[in-house]
Design a protein around this ligand. Structure first.
Ligand code: ATP
Ligand code: MG
Length: 487
C-alpha cells in the first residue's frame, strides 16, 4: 500500500526522460517524429501508426510556407504538446489558435488535439481533469493557464444514432476517431488546421490554408447538414467572420436564413456561452448587425429584437456595444454583467412602467427586474453570478436621482458605484435621462470637502417621522435600496 503510494508520487510520469526542447525562431531542427526514434518512445503504438496513414491524405504545409513562429505559442501549449508526444501520442495545436497565427493575430488560447483518450491524457499530466458530457475533454493546467485537450473525434452513424435528436442535432459526441475524421468533424476549413510545433508542419485536410489566404470562411461538408447537427454553428459563422474580417462563402451563408429557427432547440446555457463570446469579441457591433441581417437575433435575446426596433433602445444597446468593443480592443476587460444589464435595460424600463401603476416605484423596479431575468432565462441562461450584479446596477439607477442629504455620499462608496455610474452615463448619452444628471455625478465624485457639500440639492422629500413604538422597522416608504439588497 505504502509502496504503491510512494510509486504514485515519485515514479517518473513518462517512460523515457528526454532533454528539454529548445524553441528557437529558426527553421525546424528535427524532422517530424524524429524525437520518437531518438528517444525510443511508443513508436509501435497502433493508433499512432494508423494516424500516420491518415496524415498521408493531408496537405503538409512546411515552415517555409506558413512561417508560424513557434515561440508565439504559450509555455503551457509547448509543455502539453511535448508531454503528449513524449508519452508516444500524436498531439497538435488545432482550431482558432492555428487560424489566428496564420492571420498574424495573437491567439486567445491554445487547444490541443490528440489520439490519446481523455483518461490517457489525464495520466500524462498531474494537474489535469476530465470535463464535459457532450464533449469529454481534458483541462491541463500550468500555472494559471489552461490548455484544452480533446481526443480526435470520429464519425457518427447516419442512421439510428442514439446521440442525435429528431432535427439531427448532436446531443452527445464522444465517438473517438482518427486525425482525418477529427478534421472532418470541425466546423470551418480554417478551423481544421493542425500544427505540430515540434516539426513545425501544418496538416491541412480541407484546403483551409488556401481559404485563409483567400479570406474565406467555408463550412466543411454540406452546410445544411452541419447546421442541423449543431445550430450554434450559425452564430459561429457570423461571429468569426465579424471578428476575423473573413468573407462567408456563399454556400455556407445560403441556408442560414431558412434554418435560423433551429436555434430555439439549443440549450440556453450553450447559447449564453456563445453570446458571451460574441459580445466580448471586440466586434460586437458588427456581429449584432450581421445577426440582424440574418434574422438570427430573434431566437437569442428574446427582447433584443424588440429593443433594437425602438429608437431609444437601439441607441442605448449600440452605445453599450461600442463602448465594450473599444474597451476590449484597447486591451481592457469588459464585465459581462454590465453588458447584459445594458442589453436588457429597456425591457426592464417597459416592465417597470407597467408595475408602477400598481405599486410604489422601487418595489415596481424589483418586480420588473425579476420578470425580465426570468423571461430571459427561458432562452438564454444568464449565470446567477451575473444576474446578481445586473440587478445591483439596475437597482442603483433611481438612487442617482437623489441628490440631497446623506444619500449621494452613501452611493459613492457603494462597491458597484463605478459600474452603476458608467451605466448612468450611457443612459445620459442615449438621451434617456438629462446629460446634466451625469455631469452632476461626475463633478460630485471629483469635488472635495466643502465644494462637494455645496453641490447638494435642498432636501424636499417629506421628513420621516420617528416612530415611538419599539416595533421592528418596516421597509422605507421611499423604497431606499440597501447596498446588499440584491447580493
Ligand atoms: P475563438 O478564437 O473565438 O476561440 P475558435 O474557433 O477557437 O474561436 P472554440 O470555441 O475555441 O472557437 O473552438 C475550438 C475549435 O473547435 C474550433 O476552431 C473548431 O475547430 C472546433 N469547434 C468549435 N465549435 C464547433 C462546432 N460547433 N462544430 C464543429 N467544430 C467546432
Ligand atoms: Mg478557441
Amino acid at each position: 500500500m505504502i509502496r504503491k503510494l510512494f510509486n504514485k508520487l515519485f515514479k517518473p510520469r513518462f517512460r523515457t526522460e528526454r532533454p528539454k526542447l529548445e524553441h528557437t525562431k529558426t527553421e525546424p531542427v528535427r524532422p517530424r517524429n524524429a524525437h520518437r526514434a531518438i528517444l525510443g518512445v511508443k513508436s509501435g503504438n497502433k493508433k499512432t501508426a494508423q494516424n500516420h496513414h491518415y496524415r498521408d491524405n493531408a496537405t503538409i504545409i512546411p515552415y517555409s510556407q506558413h512561417q508560424i513562429d513557434h515561440n508565439l505559442l504559450s509555455n503551457a501549449a509547448h509543455k502539453t504538446i511535448d508531454g503528449l508526444q513524449k508519452a508516444g501520442f500524436e498531439a497538435y495545436i488545432v482550431g482558432g489558435a492555428v487560424r489566428d497565427l496564420l492571420l498574424n493575430r495573437k491567439p486567445k488560447d491554445f487547444d490541443v488535439a490528440t489520439d490519446a483518450t481523455p483518461e490517457e491524457v489525464n495520466r500524462v499530466f498531474r494537474r489535469s481533469r476530465i470535463i464535459g458530457r457532450r464533449f469529454r475533454l481534458v483541462h491541463v493546467l500550468f500555472g494559471d493557464e489552461t490548455i484544452e485537450v480533446s481526443t480526435f473525434r470520429g464519425h457518427h452513424n447516419a442512421e439510428g444514432d442514439a446521440h442525435t435528436d429528431k432535427s439531427g442535432r448532436i446531443i452527445r459526441d464522444n465517438v473517438f476517431g482518427s486525425l482525418e475524421e477529427d478534421a472532418t468533424r470541425r466546423d470551418f476549413t480554417v478551423n481544421a488546421l493542425y500544427y505540430d510545433p515540434i516539426c513545425q508542419e501544418v496538416l491541412d485536410f480541407h484546403q483551409g490554408y488556401a481559404d485563409i489566404q483567400a479570406g474565406l470562411l467555408r463550412m466543411i461538408g454540406n452546410p445544411e447538414t452541419r447546421y442541423a447537427e449543431d445550430p450554434v454553428r450559425m452564430l459561429r459563422v457570423v461571429r468569426l467572420s465579424a471578428k476575423l474580417g473573413l468573407k462567408i462563402e456563399p454556400a455556407t451563408m445560403a441556408p442560414i436564413a431558412r434554418m435560423a429557427d433551429l436555434l430555439q432547440d439549443v440549450p440556453p446555457s450553450r447559447l449564453f456561452d456563445e453570446m458571451l463570446k460574441l459580445f466580448l469579441s471586440g466586434h460586437a457591433i458588427e456581429s449584432v448587425s450581421a445577426l440582424r441581417e440574418q434574422h438570427l437575433h430573434h431566437g437569442l435575446l428574446p427582447m433584443l429584437d424588440v429593443v433594437l426596433e425602438q429608437p431609444k433602445g437601439e441607441r442605448f444597446v449600440m452605445l453599450a456595444l461600442k463602448n465594450t468593443d473599444e474597451r476590449i480592443l484597447s486591451g481592457k476587460s469588459a464585465n459581462p454583467s454590465f453588458l447584459f444589464a445594458t442589453l436588457l435595460w429597456h425591457e426592464v424600463i417597459a416592465a417597470w412602467e407597467s408595475y408602477k401603476a400598481d405599486m410604489p416605484p422601487i418595489p415596481a423596479l424589483h418586480m420588473a427586474m425579476s420578470e425580465v431575468i426570468a423571461t430571459q432565462a427561458e432562452k438564454l441562461a444568464i449565470h446567477n453570478r451575473y444576474t446578481a450584479t445586473m440587478k445591483e446596477i439596475w437597482g442603483m439607477q433611481p438612487r442617482f436621482e437623489q441628490r440631497a442629504g446623506k444619500r449621494p455620499f452613501g452611493l459613492l462608496v457603494h462597491p458597484r458605484y463605478r459600474a452603476a455610474y458608467d451605466f448612468l452615463m450611457l443612459r445620459c448619452e442615449s438621451g434617456e435621462v438629462p446629460a446634466e444628471l451625469g455631469a452632476w455625478w461626475t463633478n460630485f465624485a471629483n469635488a472635495e470637502g466643502e465644494a462637494r457639500n455645496a453641490m447638494l440639492q435642498v432636501d424636499t422629500s417629506p421628513k420621516k417621522r420617528r416612530r415611538k413604538s419599539r416595533k421592528k422597522p418596516t421597509n422605507d416608504k421611499h423604497g431606499e435600496i440597501t447596498q446588499d439588497a440584491d447580493a
